[in-house]
Design a protein around this ligand. Structure first.
Ligand SMILES: [Zn+2]
Ligand SMILES: [Zn+2]
Length: 253
């Protein structure tokens, strides 16, 4: 899924010429439905003489992916250029202005992580908030403890994960917009089955609804192909509490 204004794409799926303009791929994990388009994307950008693709991946994915891209260079008889970055979970990466992204480790059957787009802001401490503007301006010149650095998470993309990605990461729960995988929704495929495959079941979102209080818009993605669109809509309406259903959008393609 691409966010053109940030020039990034979360995963690349099977690859498509429509996305070749996007220079930065934030990869969540190596399963083929998320990553098989990497060689095509990287190679197409080379051929079109676009800047080298910046690939961010879970650290364990770096060595095998490097091998694949080198092998594909051999196949194409052309040295494919790419910049491959194993993510560091303890840092943020600049996007533009005050915007940065951060990788957040997730729980899946293979090494995986989601990504959060965040804004770094300086905030006035509560004890100074009631002061008039000119007084704040005067004090600013003589005190250096009036402001603190804060992070505003705007968008989080989960990739494939179990519900722990939400429950164990405050930055995910505070995100204004959350793209969250929800592979299973029906009773025939219960929660245990979803967890066995490293996925989320809708029943777990319902059971942990309070974790989504601060999220302003919840996009559910990655539904199992066995579900028809109208069934997804009706099950979401039936199972989600009204307040959560009102801000939930199934992302159907
Ligand atoms: Zn997967
Ligand atoms: Zn998947």
């Amino acid at each position: 899924m691409s966010i053109p204004q940030y020039k990034i794409c979360f995963d690349i799926g099977r690859g498509t010429s429509r996305l070749v303009e996007i220079p930065t791929l934030l990869m969540t994990h190596g399963h083929l439905d998320h990553s098989s388009g990497i060689p095509y994307h990287v190679s197409q950008r080379n051929l079109r003489r676009l800047p080298t693709t910046q690939l961010y991946v879970p650290p364990e994915l770096e060595p095998p992916l490097r091998k694949i891209l080198h092998l594909w260079s051999e196949i194409e008889d052309y040295e494919i250029q790419f910049d491959l970055h194993p993510v560091d979970y303890d840092r943020t990466y600049p996007l533009s202005g005050n915007l940065h992204f951060q990788a957040v480790r997730s729980v899946h059957r293979v090494p995986s992580n989601g990504y959060t787009i965040l804004e770094k802001v300086r905030k006035l401490r509560d004890e100074y908030k009631s002061l008039p503007g000119p007084e704040i301006a005067r004090l600013k010149n003589i005190r250096d403890d009036m402001f603190y650095d804060s992070v505003v998470p705007h968008v989080t993309f989960s990739g494939d994960t179990q519900i722990e990605f939400v429950l164990e990461n405050e930055i995910v729960r505070r995100s204004k917009v959350l793209f969250l995988e929800c592979t299973f929704i029906c009773d025939e495929r219960p929660v245990e089955r979803a967890r066995q495959w490293g996925h989320i079941h809708l029943d777990e979102i319902v059971a942990n609804a309070e974790a989504f209080r601060d999220v302003e818009r919840l996009f559910l993605i990655h539904f199992s192909p066995r579900y028809r669109k109208d069934r997804i809509h009706s099950i979401l309406k039936k199972k989600l509490p009204d307040w959560l259903h009102a801000k939930t959008v199934p992302f159907l393609t």
